[in-house]
Design a protein around this ligand. Structure first.
Ligand SMILES: O=C(O)CCC(=O)C(=O)O
Length: 322
């Protein structure tokens, strides 16, 4: 009965509006952005891609417009990166992902893992999605926050987006593989203009084909964004459709089939990092060995001075200071 009521409340746009109204402090950054981009809405109201149609596409990230292989070296700051990172940046426009091998040390990885273990042991881990994801550990652990706040990571992300990127919007930790179906993060963390999000996924142990690695479709970020109007979401003016996310996943499967996309898997050593573009299609492969863990952490970053929201539920993103 309680679950039923909770689901009913979650399907009402009004529930989110009231929640946002009560948390306006975390939406204040949008006041100036709405003015700047010409969006005529209150910051606590629902917002989705429909609201931006009349405003045009806005200015996309620079490497979505110009091939990073041709132009990256001409932007200030490129020389600060190692040769391996420079090569990753060069291939960004074409592939939509890049790898930072050995970016976190064994000590840093061990500290993150023991902090997660501590949160779980103390019953403080913020589990979601049937005990698959631990949300926002960065808000609970000073040690994790400090480790992931590497200036070099922020420098790479800022360089890729051509706008400052200073802190993660959220963190998610996994103990086992997510086995999540293919999706683009833009359906969960949408921006106006589109494309100003990057994910940084950190291997916290060695990962191979048997413990549910992340998979992705190279180059898929260049396909059109799939947003609410591109699948049968059954939303109404007042409610969010109950099976909207499933319908979205089915639409992405169709995109994969139509374009005959071929997946790659991210096999990694502990400390390796995979960065992916806001629209790169990706997910988690099935776990072949149920006895194995797949400890990992993903951080999602928005560029500063863009509008961020959740397309499916049409909620503006609340930004808490970490
Ligand atoms: O870690 C995984 O298996 C998938 C993570 C993911 O899809 C995401 O962070 O968007």
């Amino acid at each position: 009965m309680l679950d039923y009521l909770r689901n009913q409340l979650r399907s009402l746009k009004l529930t989110y509006t009231v929640y946002n109204f009560l948390h306006q402090r975390k939406l204040r950054h949008n006041e100036q952005l709405y003015r700047r981009y010409g969006l005529r809405k209150r910051v606590y109201q629902s917002v989705s891609s429909d609201d931006f149609k009349a405003l045009g596409a806005g200015e996309p990230p620079r490497f979505d417009v110009h091939d990073s292989r041709q132009v990256a070296a001409s932007y200030p700051g490129f020389e600060q990166f190692s040769l391996a990172i420079q090569e990753g940046i060069r291939s960004w426009s074409e592939r939509g992902y890049m790898v930072l091998r050995g970016f976190f040390t064994a000590d840093e990885v061990a500290t993150i893992n023991s902090e997660i273990e501590r949160l779980i042991g103390q019953g403080e881990a913020n589990w979601r999605y049937s005990h698959v994801k631990i949300m926002f550990a960065i808000h609970q652990s000073e040690a994790i926050r400090r480790i992931v706040a590497k200036p070099e990571l922020h420098a790479v992300l800022s360089f890729l987006l051509g706008k400052p990127v200073t802190q993660p919007f959220q963190s998610i930790n996994f103990i086992q593989g997510s086995q999540q179906r293919a999706h683009s993060d833009t359906i969960h963390m949408t921006t106006y203009p589109l494309g100003y999000m990057v994910a940084a996924w950190i291997a916290l142990e060695n990962i191979d084909a048997s413990n549910g690695p992340v998979f992705y479709y190279p180059g898929s970020h260049r396909l059109p964004y799939v947003l609410n109007n591109d699948y049968p979401h059954d939303n109404t003016h007042f409610t969010i459709g109950e099976s909207a996310y499933k319908a979205y996943e089915n639409a992405i499967d169709a995109v994969v089939q139509q374009n005959q996309l071929q997946p790659e898997e991210f096999h990694a050593q502990a400390g390796d990092v995979l960065l992916w573009h806001a629209n790169l299609l990706h997910g988690g492969t099935p776990i072949q060995d149920a006895h194995r863990t797949r400890q990992s952490m993903v951080l999602h970053y928005f560029a500063e001075d863009v509008i961020c929201y959740h397309e499916i539920t049409q909620r503006p993103a609340l930004r808490a200071k970490s």
